[in-house]
Design a protein around this ligand. Structure first.
Ligand code: NAD
Ligand code: GDD
Length: 362
């Protein structure tokens, strides 16, 4: 694609969207970045990019952002880890408004390609009852028995993307992400997923001297976790490919949650007493990504080891926790930097950003 063409990234203030914007920007593309959150809450904010705060549940907002756009990467969703999706099924399903209206607007605007960020939560729950799970192939989404709420919405929106392609000729691509982790993502507040949550809990135990950790479930449940750079690479490769059906973009390195805690303890250099909270949200007993089709289609699969990715994630969360304690008392407006944003990337801010940040500081 020519670099003169503009790419729209929705959910750009979030974890994966922020990393996608960074990657496209580094490659010299023109980018429009959109999120519902105020700029002060974006994980990564780049001022040489067109940044907008809009609620994409509204069709008019979707029409505004798809104007003169060649490719849409739709990462916007009301989502989180098990603690969020199990208790907010209605909110998760309302992301259907974003996906519906963005597809309609993209079709009207004659957008060239549309990427939909689906999830491994679409897979049939009956195939994930054993922690010693058989890795999930793309065909395992049917017959449908998705994760209640969030997973059903994703499956519906996958289907809608397919029918916009078949009926209206909008070229759509659909990735089924398996649990993605890395720096510049949610690590507190209730939406965090296990990798970031475990890092935060280990860091808090280390800093407070309370040598114990609460783990949700019995710790024997299994997952695979994909590092963010693999997620960005796989998403771009899928978008550029000729493959039209949903495709797994996930790691196939299966670990139990206990093994995940072992890794973080080793990085932190401590051992903690484990308390298992079996009434906390747990989700499926086991989930892994079968990458046979991904390798065939893309000639590639995620390869960052969990140990390496967790080391980078742990370091970033550690820095956030130790810096944030004093950030707001120390932070003062110097016209260049913003709390929460990646400060090394923020050079100057436009007028509306100034206004928002000043409001936020108060
Ligand atoms: P995230 O929560 O960090 O980012 C999503 C962003 O969408 C947020 O910044 C949020 O403010 C924004 N958003 C929500 N509602 C909006 C609206 N009405 N208008 C505009 N923006 C809105 O999540 P993420 O981890 O970056 O996930 C990105 C996408 O990938 C989502 O569709 C998610 O469901 C999917 N996904 C993520 C994972 C994962 O492990 N991170 C796994 C499977 C699928
Ligand atoms: N979030 C979280 N926090 N999970 C914990 C914790 C904790 O402190 N301790 C243990 N766990 C366990 C959960 O109980 C669950 O069994 C497992 O770790 C993984 O939890 P999450 O990372 O929150 O979610 P998930 O893997 O079940 O589902 C996620 O991945 C999907 C894609 O694979 C969710 O983020 C979905 O939104 C996503 O689509």
């Amino acid at each position: 694609m020519s670099k003169d063409n503009r790419i729209l990234v929705t959910g750009a203030g979030g974890f994966i969207g922020g990393h996608l914007v960074k990657a496209f920007r580094e490659d010299g593309f023109h980018i429009r970045a959109v999120d519902i959150k105020p700029f002060s809450e974006w994980y990564q904010l780049f001022v040489d990019v067109e940044n907008l705060t809009l609620d994409l549940r509204n069709l008019d907002a979707c029409r505004e952002v798809t104007e003169k756009i060649a490719m849409v990467y739709n990462l916007a969703a009301d989502m989180g880890g098990m603690g969020f999706i199990e208790l907010n099924k209605g909110a998760c399903m309302l992301s259907v408004l974003i996906n519906t209206h963005l597809l309609i607007a993209a079709k009207e605007a004659g957008v060239g390609r549309f990427f939909f960020s689906s999830s491994a939560c679409v897979y049939n729950g009956d195939k994930q009852t054993d922690s010693n799970v058989t890795a999930l192939k793309e065909e395992d989404a049917y017959p449908a028995l998705s994760e209640d709420g969030y997973g059903w919405e994703k499956l519906f929106s996958e289907r809608m993307s397919r029918h916009f392609r078949e009926d209206y000729g909008l070229v759509t691509r659909t990735a089924r992400y398996h649990n993605v982790y890395g720096p510049h993502g949610t690590y507190k507040g209730g939406r965090e997923k296990a990798p970031a949550a475990i890092c935060r809990k280990v860091i808090e135990a280390k800093l407070s001297g309370r040598r114990e950790i609460e783990i949700w479930g019995d710790g024997k449940q299994t997952r695979s976790f994909m590092y963010i750079t693999d997620c960005v690479k796989g998403s771009r490769m899928l978008m550029e490919s000729d493959f039209a059906d949903p495709l797994n973009i996930g790691s196939s390195e299966l670990v139990s949650i206990n093994q995940l805690v072992d890794i973080v303890e080793e990085i932190a250099g401590i051992k903690l007493e484990r308390r298992y909270n079996v009434s906390a949200p747990k989700g499926v007993n086991g989930r892994n990504s079968d990458n046979t089709l991904t390798r065939k289609v893309l000639g590639w699969e995620p390869s960052t080891s969990l140990r390496d990715g967790m080391e980078l994630t742990y370091r970033w969360i550690y820095d956030q926790i130790t810096a944030n304690a004093s950030l707001f008392s120390k932070w003062s407006w110097d016209g260049r930097t913003a709390p929460h944003a990646d400060r090394s990337q923020v050079f100057s801010l436009d007028k509306s950003t100034h206004a928002q940040l000043e409001e936020y500081q108060l």
